[in-house]
Every structure is written in structure tokens, then in C-alpha cells.
Ligand binder design. Structure first.
Ligand SMILES: NC(=O)c1ccc[n+]([C@@H]2O[C@H](COP(=O)([O-])OP(=O)(O)OC[C@H]3O[C@@H](n4cnc5c(N)ncnc54)[C@H](OP(=O)(O)O)[C@@H]3O)[C@@H](O)[C@H]2O)c1
Length: 311
């Protein structure tokens, strides 16, 4: 929860301005945390109303709607959450790359994906392992990582596994009866709660200010787990039973191409660099803790959510 993260994170320097390019699921949490720590934050979305013309800006790389240099004046820290374009170009570098070079940037975070590691047949992977993407989207992502690193800016790449959090949890699909677990014993995936993306981001900014800025950092929880385990835990919190699981071999033919590509890779992503060497303490170290948090923040706990308990 935001108040717990605020207690754990150090604020940016008093004169800092953080620009969050793409204030979507992760970007809006990063922005909220930085604001709660007292930092001036500018965000972008593709659609904006005019209610906050100084700090809620429009950026749409496809439509060529760009913030002006005046609007970005004073930005010292930047996070981009925006995925590669279809042709593999990075939308931020394509549209704003020249502007960024003129800004007094002290830290630049790029949210990438652990998909760049490719299939590791269930083995652990760390930042020391070379990238070996197999999916086209992961190859494009690796190209964008490399493009960011070649700018000469103080870039740090945050590699993320599956992101979940309040509003992106299995609860509604379970309630609608849309989830039928897939039985694929031992085929685990790594994941991260969105609040830990925000917490890790602020932690990495602070570490970088003291001279510790490894180029690549995995941001994931401690416990890779099978999707069926996560779904089962969520169903138990709701007091519901899941339908009988089906073997992976039976399910694969009816899967979407995206789901099939998801199951085609199998790796365990290590967070040792983030949590041991750089000292980040996860707010949600495993899915049990994180899914329970979603249950509470989505007000599904019959005893009342966090607000009710705080009252
Ligand atoms: N979902 C996952 O499980 C997962 C796993 C690993 C990595 N990732 C990657 O991690 C990053 C953050 O994920 P997320 O789930 O927080 O992303 P998200 O909620 O989809 O947010 C992406 C942001 O990018 C903006 N955006 C998209 N296309 C744009 C364009 N052409 N021009 C300008 N802005 C554009 C969106 O603008 P609007 O706000 O206007 O929509 C949004 O604010 C993404 O790059 C994602 O691909 C995701």
C-alpha cells in the first residue's frame, strides 16, 4: 500500500522533477509514490483532459502528439513504461530522443521485460545471463533496451515479469467463471506486484544517487509459481471453487497465440541483485501476500478493505 511504501522510500532531491512517460498501470503507481514523497512529477498519457496542463501532458507517438521542450523544462529523472512500436523502434527515443539529450537527466529508468531472457527450461536467470529472446516481441524489446543504453544517458533497465496488482488480478475472472486452471506441474512463472515496481524504482533512483547504478536490474518477487497456484489462492480468498483443472496438453490447442507463447517459455527470474545487493525490501515477496493485498484493495474482503480496518 502506498503509505507503507512512503515509509520505506527516500524522497528524490528537493529540486528534482520526475517525468513518467506512460502513466498506465505501473507508471501511475510510480508517479503516485513519488508525489507522496514530495517530488514534482509530470506524467504523460495518450489522452488527457486540460485539468492539469502543467503536469499531466499528452504524448502519443503514433499521432505525433508530443510534449514541448518548455513543458519538460526542469526534468531531472525519467521513467519510460512505453512498449516498442510494431517496427521495433522505441517510441520515446524516436519522438523525443533529441530533446532528452538536452535535459539535465540524472537517472533514466526503462521498464523492459524478462522475456528478453527467452526460454530457460525452468532454470534461474540473473542479469549476468546473456539475453536470448525467442519471441519476436522480446527481440524488439531487447533492441529497445540497446537503443536506450546507446544514448549515453544515465539509463537503468528494469526487467519485469508478469505484472499484477489491484485492478489486474484474477478475482473478477474467477467470479465470472472464466478461469479453468491448467495443470502443468512444475511450470512456474515469475511475477511482480505493481507496488513493488514503484518501490523498486524509487529505491533504484536513491541507490543511483549514491553511485550504485547497475545497468540491468530484475524487478520480481521471491517465489516463481504455477498460475494454477495463484488462481487457487485467489479462489480460496473468495470462498469459491475453481473448475476441475485440465492437462496442459489438452489445453494448448485451444489457446490464443499470446497464451501459447507465454507457456512456451519457462524460467525462474532471480531478484538477488535488487533485494540483496541493492537492498530493496519487497512489499509483496510472494503471490500469497500480493494476491491478498489485491483482495483487500479491491474491497473483496468481507471484513472490509484496508480503509475499513484503518478506521
Ligand atoms: N503486463 C505485464 O505483465 C508486463 C510484463 C513485463 C513487462 N511489461 C512492460 O512493462 C511496461 C509497463 O507495463 P504496464 O502494464 O504498466 O503498461 P500499461 O499499463 O499498458 O501502460 C503503458 C503506458 O504506455 C502508454 N503508451 C502506449 N502506447 C503509446 C504510444 N504510442 N505513445 C505514447 N504513450 C503510449 C500508455 O498510454 P495511455 O495511458 O494513454 O494508455 C500507458 O500509459 C510496458 O512496457 C509493458 O510492455 C508488462
Amino acid at each position: 500500500m502506498l503509505n507503507q511504501l512512503v515509509k520505506r522510500c527516500r524522497p528524490l532531491p528537493a529540486d528534482a522533477t520526475l517525468l513518467v512517460l506512460g502513466a498506465g498501470f505501473s507508471g501511475s503507481r510510480i508517479a503516485s509514490l513519488a508525489r507522496a514523497l514530495g517530488t514534482r512529477v509530470i506524467t504523460t498519457n495518450r489522452l488527457t483532459d486540460d485539468s492539469d496542463p502543467e503536469t499531466a501532458l499528452c504524448f502519443d507517438s503514433q499521432l505525433g502528439r508530443l510534449p514541448s521542450p518548455e513543458q519538460l523544462r526542469g526534468v531531472t529523472h525519467l521513467v519510460s513504461t512505453i512498449a516498442p512500436e510494431r517496427d521495433g523502434q522505441d517510441p520515446v527515443l524516436r519522438c523525443l530522443g533529441t530533446q532528452l539529450l538536452d535535459m539535465p537527466l540524472q537517472w533514466v529508468g526503462y521498464l523492459s521485460t524478462t522475456g528478453v531472457y527467452g526460454d530457460r527450461q525452468g532454470q534461474w536467470v540473473s542479469e549476468m545471463d546473456p539475453a536470448a529472446p525467442t519471441q519476436e516481441r522480446s527481440k524488439r524489446r531487447l533492441g529497445c533496451e540497446q537503443a536506450w543504453l546507446s544514448t549515453g544517458l544515465p539509463v537503468q533497465i528494469l526487467r519485469l515479469p508478469g505484472i499484477y496488482g489491484p485492478g489486474r488480478s484474477p478475482f473478477q475472472a474467477i467470479r465470472r467463471g472464466e478461469i479453468r486452471p491448467i495443470d502443468n506441474p512444475g511450470h512456474v512463472f515469475s511475477r511482480v506486484h505493481v507496488e513493488d515496481i514503484a518501490g523498486a524504482c524509487l529505491h533504484l533512483i536513491d541507490r543511483a544517487a549514491s553511485g550504485l547504478r547497475p545497468t540491468l536490474v530484475n524487478v520480481c518477487d521471491d517465489l516463481p509459481a504455477e498460475p494454477a497456484q495463484v488462481q487457487q489462492h485467489a479462489a480460496e480468498l473468495l470462498g469459491l471453487s475453481l473448475p476441475q483443472s485440465r492437462p496442459y496438453a489438452d489445453a494448448v490447442d485451444s489457446m490464443s497465440a499470446m497464451a501459447r507463447s507465454f507457456w512456451a517459455e519457462h524460467r525462474r527470474v532471480s531478484n538477488r541483485l535488487l533485494c540483496e545487493e541493492l537492498g530493496y525490501q519487497l512489499l509483496h515477496p510472494d503471490f500469497r501476500n500480493g494476491i491478498r493485498d489485491c483482495w483487500e484493495q479491491e474491497n473483496l474482503n468481507p471484513q472490509g478493505g484496508p480503509a475499513a480496518r484503518a478506521a
